[in-house]
Design a protein around this ligand. Structure first.
Ligand code: 1GP
Length: 251
């Protein structure tokens, strides 16, 4: 099994370096927009590209990934909303289990059905404890997952969920307020989780500016994911990347 992308995440965490992941939804980017985002991602030294979404309704996934890979070798991770969103052209797969919910299909059911197909893909598989946190209004992920998000002011639930995920063997924890969330996850919750786990912590959902990205990193996020805000204004890429990369390295 390949381990290159995961090793890079662990190395960066060990060295206190924060990372920026740009989320691209294959349904929402045309070729022109994609080329522009990738150019800006390369210029601003974005660390990762995530591709996927809770509801991908077109069949652009392979084409979108091939187009990205032609332009950059920034590691590309699949962030799938369903087992159908698998592409062998990616570098790795965030193999998500929705540990904040109690929907057995998203905890293990869909994984069982798709396991042979996922294994055959040859992708680096990164088991990821996926935690949806209330972002102030229903998001696509909260609706589609048919699972109650963690209340935004219940840091103790979030930290116990993340600890359980890590002890069950998840190699990453991803806290997500959902794409386009009204409210991003509060730093207090990020801090509580980060203090209690050793695996890298990804945070996303509703992050719209460089300041929020910086504060989330200071609170303990290792990777910040931004999708919606960049779709609306790709010029944010360079500011957000600069803010994340300016977080002082802890010694
Ligand atoms: C959503 O964490 C991602 O799953 C990113 O959210 O699109 O709101 O940036 P945004």
């Amino acid at each position: 099994m390949k381990i290159g992308v995961y090793n890079s995440l662990v190395d960066k965490k060990r060295n206190g370096k924060k990372s920026f992941a740009i989320l691209l939804d294959p349904d929402k980017v045309d070729d022109g927009a994609l080329n522009n985002v990738i150019r800006l991602a390369v210029e601003s030294k974005a660390d990762y590209i995530f591709v996927g979404g809770s509801l991908v309704v077109t069949d652009h996934l392979d084409g979108c990934i091939i187009a990205i890979k032609k332009q950059t070798d920034i590691p590309l991770l699949l962030f799938p909303g369903s087992p159908s969103q698998i592409s062998k052209y990616a570098d790795a797969l965030l193999y998500l289990s929705l540990i904040s919910g109690r929907n057995p299909e998203l905890l293990i059911g869909q994984h069982v059905i798709s396991a042979p197909f996922v294994k055959k893909s040859g992708l680096e598989i990164i088991s990821t404890g996926y935690m949806v946190v209330d972002g102030g209004a229903p998001t696509t992920v909260s609706y589609i997952s048919n699972a109650t998000p963690i209340p935004s002011d219940k840091a103790d639930i979030a930290l116990c969920t993340a600890m359980a995920g890590e002890m069950l063997g998840m190699k990453l924890i991803y806290m997500d307020a959902g794409s386009g969330a009204k409210k991003a996850i509060h730093e207090e919750m990020i801090y509580s989780v980060a203090q209690n786990i050793d695996v890298p912590l990804i945070v996303g959902g509703g992050i719209r500016d460089a300041e929020k990205a910086y504060l989330n990193c200071k609170a303990g996020a290792d990777v910040i994911v931004v999708g919606n805000a960049i779709e609306k204004d790709p010029s944010l890429i360079s500011e957000i990347a600069a803010a994340i990369h300016s977080v002082p390295v802890k010694v």
